[in-house]
Design a protein around this ligand. Structure first.
Ligand SMILES: Nc1nc2c(ncn2[C@@H]2O[C@H](COP(=O)(O)OP(=O)(O)OP(=O)(O)O)[C@@H](O)[C@H]2O)c(=O)[nH]1
Ligand SMILES: [Mg+2]
Length: 209
């Protein structure tokens, strides 16, 4: 599984402890200043260094570095449970992409502005692209070869939307499964926790057609 991380040293031990048996964690770091890479290694992950900044660049470097087969992606901030990944993997079957539909657990798991923005984007994906999704998704499962075939996608926070738009264009079967979404366990938000982060995400999403 690919775990993009920027300054997640505090959250990572908990995340990596929940990696299910038979799965390997690839932590993709780009320039963390809090020792994320060392913490990842000390907790059993393989570290991939990506010089280009951004969530999308990190995810794509991780997919590239992953062994062939099915790849899962999830956040390294403790908001998602790696133990839920096998359920998404077994749902893949004949589909091409499984998107985790985040169900907020506990107050503050999902700030209102982020939730509303996400729902609007998902609505657009259903209406305009015919995808049966209710979440743009931050946890997902697909085959590595298929992801590589889509070519380079948005390097920053436009990646999740770009992936779905391209997947629709390529005629992929995209399905959705519920996953739990909690407040990040430690550390600072890069996106939805601040207005600046949200504005950046909107800018990135906007750049995707
Ligand atoms: N490698 C890498 N990872 C990143 C970058 N930006 C964000 N991430 C990771 O991507 C995941 C999602 O970012 P978050 O900051 O949690 O964004 P969010 O979930 O909207 O915000 P929270 O409400 O704080 O959880 C986390 O695991 C981050 O560490 C980046 O530039 N490079
Ligand atoms: Mg988060």
């Amino acid at each position: 599984m690919v775990i993009p991380c920027l300054d997640e040293a505090a959250a990572l031990p908990g995340v990596l402890a929940a990696v299910p048996p038979g799965y390997r964690a690839l932590v993709v770091d780009n320039g963390s200043r809090d020792g994320t890479a060392a913490v990842a290694e000390a907790n059993g992950a393989t570290v991939v260094h990506e010089p280009r900044r951004g969530y999308g660049a990190a995810v794509q470097a991780g997919v590239y570095a992953a062994p062939d087969g099915v790849v899962g992606v999830l956040d390294g901030d403790g908001s998602m449970d790696p133990a839920e990944l096998p359920r998404l993997v077994s749902a893949l079957g004949g589909a091409d992409l499984v998107v985790g539909r985040r169900i907020g657990r506990g107050a503050g798991a999902w700030p209102m502005h982020a939730r509303v923005g996400n729902r609007l984007l998902a609505l657009r994906l259903r209406r305009r692209y015919g995808l049966a999704v209710h979440d743009v998704g931050a946890m997902r499962v697909a085959r590595r070869a298929a992801l590589l075939e889509l070519g380079p996608l948005h390097p920053r926070f436009g990646y999740p939307l770009d992936l779905l738009v391209r997947a629709a264009g390529a005629g992929w079967t995209v399905i959705e499964r519920d996953i739990s979404y909690r407040p990040r366990s430690h550390g600072k938000s890069k996106v939805s926790g601040s207005w600046l982060g949200t504005a950046r995400a909107v800018r990135d999403f906007w750049a995707v057609r």
